[in-house]
Design a protein around this ligand. Structure first.
Ligand code: GDP
Length: 324
């Protein structure tokens, strides 16, 4: 049930991989992302004031990699709730001194369910207690067999703290990206997914979206499930205003009617009226469904109403007659 957009267009061009870092708490996800960002963002960008937009683009050997900033599983779970899928490669961080832990296994099943290739970063190799062989054994027991043991899972020994082998990890990401033949047509009508969104006091409803295909332009009218807008401004991770954003670009957009949910998809529409009508039709439907709700409905009836409507938030007061 994981939806990647159906590739459109004749003009398919390679695009940067979208990478999510996962793993058990305290195994070094945040440190790894920080180290990668600090050493691989171009000087030009690093000079600017870095604005948090939920994704960062790093450069390695002339190629780009986009890291989703939400470490851990939030990126997967919020997207998953809506059946969206925007990760191309998962980096599974496992601390070499701690080994496989519950959230490591959870991360493996998330990535497997989404059909996303996993690269293992065996982290904290600088620690005296590091035991990478034990990690490899544990991962093998969970179906991830390292290449040097005859399997096909790439495992890189790193230290997020000292920066050891981070270059090699980035190289492996680019290698897997190449094998996956990630492509998109920048000339088709733009489409993508909301990574995060909030109501900003000054700017109003803002959302960070990932453009998955086509090129999003300032002034475009976009439609999501719960919001629409004519893009007033697009801002990248370094706070720079952009006029256009092609495939595998994450940008913050301004000019939305409401705050969308992470995982909502966006498309470009031709006219404001089309977007406005679609949203008000959904609102109307939601109201109708709400009016049909009755305190005496059975759960089956409620469920079927929810299937008719646009995911209303329902507070349930369940009264049970317990017999026997
Ligand atoms: P997260 O919860 O997975 O995001 O983990 P953090 O990045 O917050 O790291 C948890 C702790 O481990 C912090 O105190 C880090 O400084 C430390 N840490 C992370 N990576 C390394 C590493 O490669 N070596 C050592 N020695 N410590 C690390």
């Amino acid at each position: 049930t994981f939806k990647k957009p159906i590739l459109r267009g004749e003009n398919l061009k390679p695009r940067a991989p979208i990478v999510t870092v996962m793993g058990h708490v305290d195994h070094g996800k945040t440190t790894l992302l920080d180290t990668i960002r600090n050493t691989n963002i171009t000087a030009r960008e690093a000079g600017g004031i870095t604005q948090h937009i939920g994704a960062s683009r790093v450069h390695h050997e002339g190629k780009d990699i986009v890291f989703l900033d939400t470490p851990g599983h939030a990126a997967f779970t919020s997207m998953r709730a809506r059946g969206a899928q925007c990760t191309d490669i998962a980096i599974l961080v496992v601390a070499a001194d701690d080994g496989v832990m519950p959230q490591t296994m959870e991360a493996i099943s998330h990535a497997k369910a989404a059909g996303v290739p996993i690269i293992v970063a065996v982290n904290k190799m600088d620690k005296p207690a590091a035991n990478p062989d034990r990690v490899k054994q544990q991962l093998s027991d969970h179906g991830l067999i390292p290449e040097d043991w005859g399997g096909d899972t790439i495992m890189v020994h790193v230290s997020a703290k000292s920066g050891e082998n981070i270059d090699q990890l980035l190289e492996m990401i680019l290698l897997v990206a190449e094998m996956e033949e990630l492509k998109a047509d920048p000339t088709v009508s733009p489409e993508g997914v909301v990574i995060e969104a909030e109501l900003d006091k000054g700017k109003g409803a803002v959302a960070t979206v990932l453009v998955q295909q086509g090129t999003l332009k300032k002034g475009d009218i976009i439609l999501m499930e719960s919001s629409w807008g004519k893009i007033r401004a697009m801002i990248n991770a370094s706070g720079k205003q952009l006029k256009s954003a092609g495939p595998s670009t994450a940008v913050e957009i301004l000019g939305l009617s409401d705050v969308p949910q992470p995982g909502e998809r966006f498309i470009k529409v031709d006219a404001e009226k089309e977007a406005r009508d679609s949203i008000s039709a959904k609102d109307q439907k939601r109201r109708e469904v709400a009016n049909q709700m009755s305190p005496r409905m059975t759960l089956e009836e409620l469920y079927s109403k929810m299937q008719d409507g646009a995911t209303p938030t329902v507070n349930l007061l369940i009264k049970c007659d317990v017999q026997g």
